[in-house]
Every structure is written in C-alpha cells, then in structure tokens.
Design a protein around this ligand. Structure first.
Ligand code: 0PR
Length: 385
C-alpha cells in the first residue's frame, strides 16, 4: 500500500480494468453457473442496507423486522409460515447450520461417539465441509437410474449413529429431486432428522408446481422434514451472498445457540457473527416486488428455454445423459471427452461446466440464459470438430 492514496478517478479507472477481465451473466455466455444477474430491485434494496448488521439486531430493528418477514414468506412458500431461520451467506452455510443442529440435537438425546450423516452421492460438496468441521462421518447413498437417491440404499446405511439424512431438491449437477416423501416417512418412523437441500430448487419448484408442472412434495408439508436450505441468490434473483436456512421448530436453533455477551441479543445460532442485513433487504424487496406471479414467470421461462436446449441436443450428435427435471441439461458425446467439448466451447466464448456423476457437460439454464443464447450455443456446438 502506498503512503499517499491515489485519486478517486484513478481508483475508478483501475477498477474498470479489473472489471473488463470478468465475465458477465448478462452476456449469456456463462452457462455453468447457478447465479444470475441480480434483479435491479434487489440491488437497490441491498445498497440501502449496506451498514446494517444482523449480528447485533437490536441496533437494526427495521432490518430485523424484515428478516422475520422474509423467513415467514419463505416458510409460507415451503408449506409452513411459522418456521424459524435466518438469511445467511448461501447454501454452504445453510447446510453446515442444518448439520450442526442435527448433530447437537442427537447428542442431547444420547452420546454418539462418531455421528453419521447419510447424503446422496449427488449431494453438494458443502456437506464434505460440514462433515470435516463437525466431525461427522458422511455415508453416501446410491442413486437410481434417474439419478435420485435410492431408498433401499438409505435404509441399509442407517445405524444407531445416524444423526441426519439429507435429500436434495434440485441437485447441483443434474437438477434432480430426491424422493423426499419417502425419506420423510422413513425418517419419521426411525426418528431421524431430515434435511432438504433446496438451495437451487427452492425458488423454482413451488412456482413450477403452481404453473402445472408435476413435481413431488419436498417441503415442510411433509411432517418428517426438519430443515430446508433455500438460496435467494440462485433462482431467487438476489445479489450474492444471500442464502436461507429454515427450521421447523425453535429447538433446532436452540440446539446450536451460544451466549453472546455485550450484544443486543442474548444468544446467536448463526455461524457468521457480523452478518449483513443487505441480503435480507434484497430478499424482502424481491419477494414483495416479484410476487408469486413474477417468480412463476421466471421459473417457467427457464424451463421453456431448457426444453429448447434439450431438443437441440437430441437433434445433434450429442446425447442427453438424462431427461431434465429442472433447468439443468447434461450431455456427452461418443467421440469427444467432456473436457474436450468444454475446452472447444471455451475457445468459442462459452463457459460450461462438467459434472462428475456421470461425467458430462452441464448447463444450467438460469434466467440470464435466453433463447437467442441457446440457439447461438447450439449452432457452435454442432460445428465442433
Ligand atoms: N446446495 C446445492 C444443491 C448447490 O447446488 C449449491 C451450490 C450449494 C448447496 C452451496 O451453495 P453456495 O455456493 O451458495 O454456498 N451450487 C453451485 C455449484 O457448486 C454454486 C455455483 C454458483 C457454482 C455459481 C458456480 C457458479 O458459477 O455448482
């Protein structure tokens, strides 16, 4: 750092140089991301609350009121208005919080030497971080032919050390929805905590159901579901970082709360201490502004563009690895590896990603990916040699 600062103008000039190196969602070229262009209404709300800290909520009573309202709105969307929870940094933090609550609650009932958590092999890698931090053993349940958690495999993995089962509603790699109804019944019968990771699907499945799409139940309408991750910074159009964690009852938050001397609240359950209120403001503003109708329109449009992309793949030399259930399309080729396809597409300016189970090129049709982008992408894809 220099002794004397540079001028405002010079700072801006330099920032623009960095910015030029970044890709933008708006270009339609980012095809492997679960984030998207943040909606301007959310950005405006975010900017208004930059100094608000939900880590000390007594100082920011308005923001706290908004968080309470957002949690109730999210709960209502997911089948139970009187849930408890927080707006946090994203799906990773939400999943860590859920695993921490599950472990602590189980430990309150009886001492478990090495607590275990059952996740599908398709679970997001945030569960590996959670397991490492919380000293949990991850046990991976197999998937069926449709890449959904196999119930028989879950049942086989349950032991007296199982503290939680995780199901995913909108898997990271293929956008699949695990059989949450069956998981809920099983977990109720065995008295095991069930967490649903709907980081991706939470802001689209309920709206698509309203629009007539056929999806199974996956939320608090199922009595066995204890907690749900839902990320406003994915299909909710909120700026990064904005995640959500919801719990069915207060006891889950209490199981991991610590005393917070000298703050305006007595106890805190979140992992992050100083916590931005801007994410809460953005989510509040967007849910009010978009309404069910607005989000239904966005989710339905993504599915329509997904349909166009999937049809284009079917008509090409490439093969879909599975029929899309949400707005994720994965495909491969008999002639080229997925790495080669990705590298060649990169040369043409497209940023796709590669899934690992199975190895395939993976595209997430987020709201910034429009029909014209998909058509131009398919043209480039068909010309690959
Ligand atoms: N749960 C699920 C089902 C997810 O898909 C993700 C992230 C998480 C939890 C973790 O959420 P955070 O990343 O908010 O902590 N899924 C994407 C992924 O890992 C995130 C992503 C977003 C990746 C944008 C790339 C990108 O450009 O693929």
């Amino acid at each position: 750092m220099e002794n004397k600062g540079i001028s405002h103008e010079e700072v801006l000039q330099s920032l623009k140089k960095f910015k030029k190196l970044d890709m933008t969602h708006k270009s339609g070229r980012i095809l492997g991301s679960m984030c998207t262009c943040p909606h301007p209404v959310g950005v405006e709300a975010y900017k208004m609350f930059l100094e608000s800290n939900l880590g000390d909520p007594g100082l920011f009573k308005g923001t706290q009121m908004m968080e309470d309202e957002v949690i109730a709105m999210l709960g209502e969307l997911l089948g139970k208005r009187d849930v408890l929870g927080h707006i946090i940094t994203g799906g990773t933090e939400a999943n860590i919080m859920a695993m921490r609550a599950a472990r602590n609650l189980a430990q309150q009932k009886k001492h478990i030497e090495k607590p275990e958590v059952i996740v599908p092999t398709s679970a997001h890698f945030s569960f590996k971080k959670a397991a490492d931090m919380l000293c949990l053993k991850l046990r991976e349940a197999e998937l069926d032919g449709n890449y959904r958690m196999k119930m028989g495999s879950v049942e086989e993995l349950i032991t007296e050390n199982t503290v939680a089962v995780v199901g995913v509603a909108g898997t990271t790699e293929l956008g699949k929805i695990d059989p949450i109804e069956e998981l809920s019944e099983l977990c109720l019968e065995k008295d095991i905590y069930l967490h649903v990771d709907a980081a991706f699907g939470g802001f689209s499945i309920p709206f698509l159901k309203e629009a007539g799409y056929d999806f199974p139940e996956f939320d608090f309408r199922l009595d066995g579901v204890s907690s749900i991750t839902i990320d406003p910074h994915k299909m909710g159009l909120a700026p990064i970082p904005t995640g959500g964690i919801l719990f069915r009852e207060k006891k889950y938050l209490e199981a991991m709360s610590v005393e917070t001397p000298y703050l305006t609240e007595d106890r805190q359950s979140t992992i992050v201490g100083t916590r931005t209120g801007a994410s809460t403001a953005a989510t509040w503003a967007l849910m009010k502004y978009m309404g069910r109708k607005g989000y239904t329109h966005v989710a339905r449009r993504c599915m329509e563009v997904t349909g166009i992309l999937a049809q284009g793949i079917r008509e090409s030399d490439f093969k879909l690895v599975t029929e899309p259930q949400l707005n994720v399309v994965a495909f491969k080729s008999d002639k080229m590896s997925s790495e080669d396809i990705s590298a060649k597409l990169k040369d043409k300016g497209w940023a796709v990603s590669i899934s690992s189970h199975p190895r395939a090129v993976r595209i997430i049709v987020m709201p910034h990916v429009k029909e014209e982008h998909v058509k131009s992408f398919l043209k480039d894809l068909k010309e690959l040699k």
